[in-house]
Design a protein around this ligand. Structure first.
Ligand code: 13P
Ligand code: SF4
Length: 300
């Protein structure tokens, strides 16, 4: 293991590369990364980075977002097959049809969408800023795509009228209300934090509903010593590493995103050695998608 880690560090210098990792990545991948964070953090780092090469350890929409924001850099995905099933639940044509049906509504897209979809919406959001983004648009009616559960959560907090798409995260729907109730019984002093991609039945049982980045802030600032975590289980490593004196319990060990686990140390090294697989967004799409992302980054 040490040998491959040293080799990754050497190649990183040689290529003038940075490694960005999502919080759900394998522990050993997080440990070689220069930055570990949520979708918003990755988008910001991608926009700010001055490295020649950005190795994105996450899923395709995250690599595309970095590529859209930094079109002059080489963005590599160690495993190009790591997609997000939720992002594949809506196409650009679906969005255009929806916009025809609701011409007076602004359209907000969760970043968990393809570059083509981002190019035909008004503004993007992540789970960290969805409410602020929805509240920032000028229209009263808002098309919110593709996650119906994040949309329902935002709807419960905003005066705007949201029109939802039937998308969802196959990993987060595995977390059931019974899981939360069982863990609460087992750990009565624990605070429960869940991701807004969970169903409303699950979010209703939580103390807080947060993006992965905000879960890290909450766990650090809160006085509680124990936390029940309703999101992808990779998050437990990040939380435990940053808070060694606190205890974290997964709501269920079934909440694993297979796509987030595709990237390994071997594929990271191979990406740097062979400069593969390069993620490219056609400039026409990239330019339009960039304005939706930039608009989001200006909000928060
Ligand atoms: P975060 O932006 O909260 O990290 O979420 C990304 C994601 O894909 C959750 O499933
Ligand atoms: Fe997509 Fe869900 Fe995996 Fe996040 S956890 S990348 S939303 S499938």
């Amino acid at each position: 293991m040490d040998e491959i880690i040293n080799e990754i560090k050497r190649m990183k210098e040689e290529r003038n590369a940075v490694i960005l990792s999502h919080n759900y990545q394998r522990p050993e991948v997080q440990d070689v990364a220069d930055y570990v964070g949520d979708s918003l953090g990755l988008a910001r780092m991608g926009a700010e980075s001055t490295a020649d090469v950005i190795v994105l350890c996450g899923v395709r929409f995250m690599a595309e977002t970095v590529c859209i924001m930094s079109p002059d850099r080489t963005v590599l995905m160690p495993d190009p097959d790591a997609g997000c099933p939720m992002a594949n639940m809506i196409t650009a044509q679906n969005v255009l049809d929806l916009r025809m049906k609701h011409p007076d509504a602004a359209c907000v897209a969760y970043v968990n969408t393809s570059a083509e979809v981002k190019a035909v919406v008004d503004v993007c959001c992540t789970s960290s800023n969805a409410l602020e983004v929805v509240d920032s648009v000028e229209t009263d009616e808002v098309l919110f795509i593709p996650d119906k559960y994040l949309g329902q959560y935002v709807q419960s907090k905003t005066e705007k009228e949201l029109i939802l798409w039937n998308g969802f995260c196959p990993t987060h729907v595995k977390i059931q209300p019974e899981d939360i109730l069982r863990e609460k019984k087992a750990h009565p002093g624990a605070k429960t934090m869940v991701h807004p991609e969970c169903t409303p039945q699950v979010t209703a049982l939580a103390n807080v509903v947060l993006s992965t980045g905000k879960m890290l802030e909450y766990a650090q600032k809160n006085n509680a010593k124990e936390f029940i975590v309703g999101t992808e289980t990779g998050m437990l490593y990040t939380l435990q590493k940053q808070n060694p004196c606190k205890r974290f319990y997964p709501a269920t060990s079934l909440a694993v995103c297979p796509n987030m686990k595709k990237t390994t140390l071997f594929s990271v090294l191979s990406a740097l050695e062979n400069m593969e697989t390069r993620i490219v967004v056609p400039p026409g799409i990239g330019k339009k998608a960039a304005s939706s992302i930039e608009r989001m980054l200006q909000i928060r």
